[in-house]
Structure formats: structure tokens, C-alpha cells
Design a protein around this ligand. Structure first.
Ligand SMILES: *[C@@H]1O[C@H](CO)[C@@H](O)[C@H](O)[C@H]1NC(C)=O
Ligand SMILES: *[C@@H]1O[C@H](CO)[C@@H](O)[C@H](O)[C@H]1NC(C)=O
Ligand SMILES: *[C@@H]1O[C@H](CO)[C@@H](O)[C@H](O)[C@H]1NC(C)=O
Ligand SMILES: *[C@@H]1O[C@H](CO)[C@@H](O)[C@H](O)[C@H]1NC(C)=O
Length: 775
């Protein structure tokens, strides 16, 4: 999704939205003193004649209702429903509807479909997804989605929000410089897939479990291979991502596939960029072929904001705007964020570039989604969720979940003996230093709403012990570190917490980084404060992307390092909970932290995941990069020692093949997953985990495997993960069911899934377990 303020030609569009909005609000204020009820169709109480229409008849199927509706519409009506600000059809009792709402980590007012008012002044603001992902807790992903959709429904009921949310962002965080990496669940395809399906289920699933109904509609974006915004003058609007079939199928596509198939998402958004020379929103193979054909999307495909215009105006992909309209609709686009399809589709029809049947198809997908949301079921106050209202937003439970999510995500990266946790009774003075020490707004990142309230780190720490505070830098850019107060405080404090990092001024939409060091003079501040300090020094890094903090890792005076992402409205409280040991940290890094030398070597525009020894290109992410890291994917310690042992795992896995299979007579490197021998071939792995400490712990078990070295396979790949609760001095068993063809397969150079034959290696903690797969 584009927040369009950054781009010159788009400013007018954005202002225009706001302007229309303000006018609409003022207008309705005069008449009904603020819209306080939901927008919906089929208001039979107001217009009894509507009861006779098939599309208002709840007893019919969605398909029949949509067919009944579409046949009553003129071409103009239909075209007016191909854009985010969809038009009303008053003669049929259909009000206008704004499709664009956002809920990346809480109900947001970034899209014009949602706003806050004195009736609902704020909504619960969860951590940015990069930190939530670090919890490696699939039930948390879903729990957050459920709270967000409840608050969204509550706001819809009082006329403040829409029903269609263009979240989550599940692009692979391929390069540490990407300004939007903070919005994503990180660099791993499995974690991203679980995050996508979990969050989407939480948003969409209704209490009755009917998969054809929607609580709110989610949208997985940005399809596909989109993870560059604005780097050294390369803009996402014109970037052509050159992607191999192998990388596409085993890195970029899996989260989207899982979102559609496992999450049953109601929408996918195509991106601005081109993939191999074609704009994604005009590529029939990517849209019709894969999303609808192979994955069977039940819902609508929407463009990123003004994508259709961009592919004509900026990419010059078509000769006329009408061709852009026709090509996107024919490729499978159903809804345009922006006004291009509204303006040019009629011309495209008149020129014979697209026929009305294709438009019927698109608009039917849009209306079917609204039907599933209950938009055509009459008065929402009489429908499920009709009793939700302002009292259900920012409840104490919801705010507590925001704090819990941050606690579960925070990653402890270094902890010398005698450092964390601090003992609140023993600390008579705590130094609190750094440009993010009193962060509020910074904690909620982008695609934010107005939070219920903030708890800054300084505020939370001050509630526990006496503190002395010096920011040390005027802001995160930190042009000139102000060392005097900061070092003086550290010299006399019993312990010092230094909270540094980034903000949207450093990494954001339309703002990729060039450098991955701590910004400005922050490193100087940290080193000087550490050198001056009397007690332990806790370095807290608040950022979306990884930072090269090698200096801090190797500095003995810096006794602990925590990464806290952008931790949401209650982030400060969660940080204090961890520092003082009220919560035993359990988060793990969802992305690799590279040294600065990496970004000096690797152009952000190179999409290849795999290393290329011929050119010295080092590859990307823990799956392919062999070089030095500052911290690695999956890193994270706790205050407890946890032991792993393998209780049950195979030595040998035999794949039964038919008598005439070619691999029975000759040597094969791998077996095609598409073959029938791949049905129901699974085994169990049982792992023992033992908490050696007194303190209870939530522990993430990461199960990796290394396949045989064929087909340029990943050197290591996450196969499964599970978060378990371990009381002090306790043991538990964690079981994984491994589907040989799904979980042990790799994608070959042509995009086919293959099970490599030979020795595979399982990794859990420091344990390695080899086993053979053979025919
Ligand atoms: C939409 O609503 C406006 C204002 O109520 C009305 O003037 C207009 O005719 C309606 N458009 C359609 C297509 O029904
Ligand atoms: C911390 O931030 C809050 C909110 O911006 C502000 O009211 C408060 O004065 C700040 N505290 C200090 C000590 O600067
Ligand atoms: C550390 O502080 C001492 C004085 O307290 C000073 O002499 C020394 O130069 C400092 N070291 C660094 C690396 O700044
Ligand atoms: C996972 O998250 C859920 C929801 O917050 C929580 O109830 C559960 O305890 C978490 N699991 C672990 C092991 O932390």
C-alpha cells in the first residue's frame, strides 16, 4: 500500500480524499450531528421495496445474490464499483462504500475508510509486525487479528470504519535496508506464511466458523517480489524486479500462497513494481493464472494505490490509459485503488479493448466480498457483531494484549553475568539515556492509528525505580551527541539503560536506508556512556531493520543488548517488564543482522537470493548467505538455560516407488513431489526441552533442516517452530509431524518441488541429527 503523500503527483489524490472526507463529515454533522451509524445496503425499513430483490435475500447463495445484483446494474454503475471510492446506486438502495481501510497492527486511520472521533478517539496499537513475528507464536498472531477485527467492527457500527482492510504486508524482508521491513514478519518464508495465515484468520473468521462469512476482509500485499521502495534513486514505481523462477517459488510466493490457501484471505493486492518486465497488476499469469487459477482465491484482487496509472504514466507499459485499464482487468484485477479504472474503463469498452463480461466478473468478485461481510444483509445492529461499539475498543484486555505481544517479541541478544534482570529493590538510581528513551509515537511505526494511550520506556522505568534521564541526542538522526549529562548520569547510576535506534525518519515507506549503522553519532553516545558507567549497561535497540552494532557486541562494558522492534503503544512497559525480570525474554530474531560491509557490497536492486561465487555476490538471508553476521536469524536468549534432546527421529526414510519408476533402475538426485508416491508420507520428530533454571520460561523451538546439496538448495531452512511454556525446572516434549514431500522438498531451478535423496540434517539448538532419504 502506498501512503501517497511522498509522491508529487499523488499529493493531489490524497488531499482530494481528505477534502471530500471533510466536506462529507461537515455536511452530515449539520444534518445528523456526526455519522454515528454503519453504512449498509438493503435497508428494508427505509425502503420496503428492497425486500423483493434477490440480492437482498439472505436465504440465497452469495453467487445467486451477486448475479441478481449485477444484472440490475448499468455499465456506469459497474465501472463506479471498480474503484476504492465506490459509487452509490441509490435506486437499488446501495450507498457508496470506501474500500480503503488499513489494520497493519491495529485499526489505522491511514486509509480514507476509517477515522477517529470523540466517539472512538483511539484503538489498540500493537507492535509492528516485525516484533510480533519475533514471538514465533502462531496463536498470538491470530489473537491480535481477533482483537483488531473486533475493534474494527465496533468502529464500523458507529460509522467510523470500513469492513475491508488492506493488511497484512507479507513481503519477504530480503534486504536490511528496506524501509518497510518493519511492516513485515521478516525474512523467512515459513514464519511469514504462518504469520500471514494466522493474522488473516484472526481478522476474518466469524464466531460461527462459517468460512464463507467474514468478520472483516483482510488483504495480503504486495504481490509480488516487492521489497524496494526508494534506494539511491531507484523507485518502486518503476523498478523491474528480475527474479528467477526458483527464487520466486521458494522465497517470494510462499507467504502469498499460504495466505490464500491456509488463511482463506478475501483479497490480494498487486504491487507497483514489475516482475521480469511485466507490471504485476497487468500480468495474467500472476493474477488469473496463479492467485485465482492455482490458489483459488475466494475474493478480490486490488491494485496498490494508483498502480494502474503508474504502469501507464511512469512505466510506459501501455500506449494509452484505456489500454492500461483493459490489460489490468483482463489480467484479473477487480478493484483499483485510485480512480484510473473509474475514468478509463468506459473508453476501453468503447474501443473494444475489454468486454462487459470481464467487468461483470471483476465487479462480482467485489460485491461477493461485501455480501460475505453482511453489507447486503440490512441493518447491522440486528446482525452478528451488531452489539459491538465504542465500549469494545481499547478495553483493558486489548491493551494488555498489546503489552503482552511486545513482551513476547522482545529479543535478548547479549547478557553478561550479573547484568539482566535488574533487581528493582536493589537499584537506587537508574540512568535512562538515548534518543528513543522517552519514545511514544516512534513505538507505533507506520500504518498506525491513534493509540489508546502510550507507555514510554522512561515512564515505565520511572514507575519502578528512581531514574535520571538524558536523551543524549536531539533526535534519532543524532547530528551531535550531547555527552556531558549522559556520561555524568551513567557515572553515578547503579545501572544504565541506553535506548537508541531508528524511527520513520530513518526507515519508512519511500525511504530505504543506505547505511545500517546506528544513525548519526548514536554509536559515539553509546560508547562514551558505557565507558563512563558505574554499573551494568543495557543497550536497547528500537528499530525495524537490523543494525550493525558489532562495536557493542564486543564491548565488555555493554553488558546486555535487547532488540525491541517498534513495540507498540505499551512498548515501554514491556521493555521494563523484561529489564526487571517480570517477563523472561523469549523472542527470536526474524531476520539476519548484517555488517555494514554487506550493504557496501550488495546492490539492493539485485533480487537473487542465492550466492554467486563467480561474482562474489554473497546471497541473502540465513538460507543462502554464508558470510559473517552481527546476529543471525533465530538468535535470542533468555534468563534460563534450556536443554534440547532428540527423543524420536528417523535414521532412514524410504520413499516407496512403483516398480516401473525410473529412479528404481537409475540414480536419481531427487523425486518430483507432483508424483503420486508423495501421498501421506510423513514421520514424527519428538524433541525434549528442559528448563534448567528456577525461573519459568517461554521457549521457542526452531526446527531447521539442511537438505543434500542439490538444486542450489538452501543451506538451512526452517521446517517448523513451536513456542512452549516451561515452568522452572520442568521438561516438556514438542512434537513435529514432518510431511516428507511438503516439508523436506526444495524448489529446483525450474520451479518444481523435489525431495532430494541422500543425507538430510536436522538442527535444533546445538543438536544435529542426520538421516537418509532414499527410494
Ligand atoms: C448517488 O447519490 C447522490 C446523492 O444522494 C445522488 O445524487 C446520485 O444520483 C446517486 N447516484 C446513483 C448512481 O444512484
Ligand atoms: C516524555 O514524553 C512525554 C510525552 O511526549 C512528555 O510529556 C514528557 O515530558 C517527556 N518526559 C521528559 C522527562 O522529557
Ligand atoms: C574512558 O573513560 C576514561 C576516563 O574515565 C578515559 O580516560 C578514556 O579515554 C575513555 N575511553 C574511551 C574509549 O573513550
Ligand atoms: C502464545 O500467545 C498466546 C496469546 O497471547 C498466549 O496465551 C500463550 O501463552 C503464548 N504461548 C507462549 C508459550 O508464550
Amino acid at each position: 500500500m502506498a501512503c501517497t503523500e511522498n509522491r508529487q503527483p499523488k499529493v493531489s489524490v490524497f488531499l482530494c480524499f481528505s477534502f471530500v472526507y471533510v466536506v462529507a463529515v461537515l455536511f452530515s454533522c449539520e444534518r445528523v450531528s456526526g455519522q454515528t451509524s454503519a453504512v449498509f445496503a438493503c435497508d428494508v425499513a427505509k425502503n420496503p421495496a428492497l425486500a423483493g430483490y434477490g440480492f437482498c435475500d439472505k436465504s440465497l447463495s452469495v453467487e445467486d445474490r451477486v448475479a441478481d445484483l449485477v444484472k440490475r446494474l448499468t455499465l456506469r454503475d459497474k465501472i463506479g464499483n471498480l474503484v476504492n471510492s465506490a459509487v452509490n446506486v441509490s435506486r437499488l438502495g446501495i450507498p457508496k462504500y470506501e474500500w480503503w481501510s488499513e489494520a497493519l497492527h491495529g485499526v489505522s486511520n491511514i486509509g480514507p475508510g476509517t477515522r477517529f472521533s470523540s466517539v472512538v478517539p483511539g484503538a489498540t496499537s500493537f507492535p509492528m509486525p516485525i516484533l510480533t513475528a519475533a514471538s514465533f507464536n502462531s496463536s498470538l498472531f491470530e489473537a491480535i487479528g481477533r482483537v483488531v477485527s473486533t475493534e474494527a467492527r465496533a468502529m464500523y457500527n458507529v460509522g467510523l470504519a470500513g469492513l475491508t482492510y488492506w493488511s497484512p504486508n507479507i513481503n519477504i524482508f530480503r534486504d536490511p535496508r528496506w524501509g518497510r521491513g518493519q511492516e513485515t514478519p521478516g525474512e523467512d518464508p515459513l514464519l511469514s506464511s504462518k504469520y500471514a495465515s494466522g493474522y488473516v484468520k484472526g481478522l476474518q473468521q466469524t464466531d460461527d466458523g462459517d468460512s464463507n462469512k467474514l468478520k472483516v476482509a483482510a488483504c495480503c500485499k504486495h504481490y509480488t517480489a516487492y521489497d524496494l521502495d526508494n534506494w539511491k534513486g531507484v523507485q518502486r514505481y518503476t523498478f523491474n524486479a528480475v527474479v528467477t523462477q526458483q527464487d520466486l517459488d521458494d522465497t517470494f510466493q510462499p507467504p502469498f500462497k499460504s495466505c490464500v490457501i491456509d488463511g482463506n484471505v478475501a483479497s490480494v493486492m498487486c504491487s507497483y513494481n514489475q516482475v521480469n518486465g511485466k507490471p504485476t497488476c497487468a500480468d495474467p499469469d500472476l493474477l488469473k493464472g496463479i492467485i485465482r487459477g492455482k490458489w483459488k482465491l475466494n475474493g478480490y484482487i486490488v491494485s496498490d494505490c494508483d498502480s494502474v496509472e503508474v504502469l501507464f504514466k511512469d512505466q510506459h507499459y501501455t500506449k494509452t490509459p484505456e489500454e492500461a485499464a483493459a490489460q489490468t482487468i483482463l489480467a484479473g484485477l477487480d478493484l483499483n485503488c485510485g480512480d484510473y479504472l473509474g475514468k478509463y474503463t468506459e473508453g476501453a469498452v468503447n474501443q473494444g479493448l475489454v468486454d462487459e463480461a470481464a467487468i461483470n466478473n471483476a465487479v462480482s468478485n467485489n460485491f461477493a466480498t461485501l455480501m460475505r461481510l453482511g453489507f447486503f444483509d440490512g441493518d447491522p445492529s440486528k446482525q452478528p457483531y451488531g452489539n459491538l461499539g465504542p465500549k469494545d475498543v481499547c478495553t483493558s484486555e486489548n491493551r494488555e494484549l498489546a503489552r503482552e505481544a511486545a513482551r513476547q517479541g522482545i529479543v535478548l541478544l547479549k547478557n553478561s553475568a550479573g547484568s539482566l534482570p535488574l533487581n528493582a529493590k536493589a537499584i537506587k538510581s537508574l540512568g535512562v539515556i538515548g534518543p528513543n528513551a522517552n519514545a511514544t509515537r516512534v513505538m507505533i511505526g507506520n500504518y498506525e492509528g491513534i493509540p489508546c494511550s502510550y507507555i514510554s520506556p522512561l515512564q515505565a522505568l520511572t514507575a519502578l525505580v528512581p531514574t535520571s534521564y538524558a536523551p543524549g541526542c536531539a533526535n534519532v538522526q543524532c547530528a551531535n551527541a550531547e555527552l556531558d549529562d549522559a556520561t555524568q548520569i551513567a557515572a553515578s547510576a547503579d545501572a544504565t539503560v541506553i535506548i537508541v535506534g531508528a524511527s520513520l525518519a530513518i526507515e519508512a515507506e519511500s525511504l530505504d536506508r543506505i547505511n545500517i549503522l546506528l544513525p548519526g553519532q548514536q554509536q559515539l553516545l553509546v560508547s562514551q556512556v558505557a565507558n563512563a558507567s558505574k554499573g551494568p549497561v543495557i543497550l536497547v535497540i528500537m528499530s525495524g531493520g537490523g543494525m550493525d552494532v558489532s562495536f557493542a557486541k564486543s564491548n565488555d562494558k555493554i553488558t546486555s543488548i535487547l532488540w525491541v522492534g517498534y513495540p507498540g503503544e505499551a512498548g515501554g512497559a514491556a521493555i521494563a517488564d523484561v529489564i526487571f525480570g517480570f517477563y523472561n525474554p523469549s523472542g527470536r530474531l526474524p531476520m539476519t543482522w548484517y555488517p555494514q560491509s554487506y550493504v557496501n557490497k550488495v546492490p539492493m536492486t539485485n533480487m537473487n537470493m542465492r550466492a554467486d561465487p563467480a561474482t562474489g555476490y554473497p546471497g541473502r538471508t540465513y538460507r543462502f548467505y554464508k558470510g559473517e553476521t552481527v546476529f543471525s536469524f533465530g538468535d535470542g536468549i533468555s534468563f534460563s538455560n534450556i536443554d534440547h534432546n532428540i527423543v524420536k527421529a528417523p535414521q532412514l526414510v524410504s520413499v516407496p516407488l512403483a516398480e516401473d519408476h525410473e529412479c528404481r533402475s537409475s540414480e536419481c538426485m531427487s523425486l518430483d513431489v507432483a508424483d503420486e508416491h508423495c501421498q501421506n508420507l510423513a514421520f514424527d520428530i519428538h524433541l525434549g526441552v528442559k528448563n534448567m533454571g528456577q525461573r519459568s520460561s517461554n521457549h521457542v523451538v526452531l526446527l531447521f533442516f539442511t537438505p543434500p546439496d542439490v538444486h542450489n538448495a538452501p543451506q538451512k531452512h526452517l521446517l517448523g517452530f513451536e513456542k512452549v511454556h516451561l515452568p522452572g525446572k520442568s521438561e516438556a516434549q514438542v512434537r513435529f509431524k514432518v510431511d516428507v514431500c511438503k516439508d523436506l522438498s526444495v524448489v529446483d531451478e525450474l520451479g518444481n518441488r523435489k525431495v532430494p535423496l541422500g543425507q538430510h540434517l536436522l538442527h535444533v539448538g546445538n543438536l544435529k541429527h542426520p538421516f537418509i532419504v532414499r527410494v
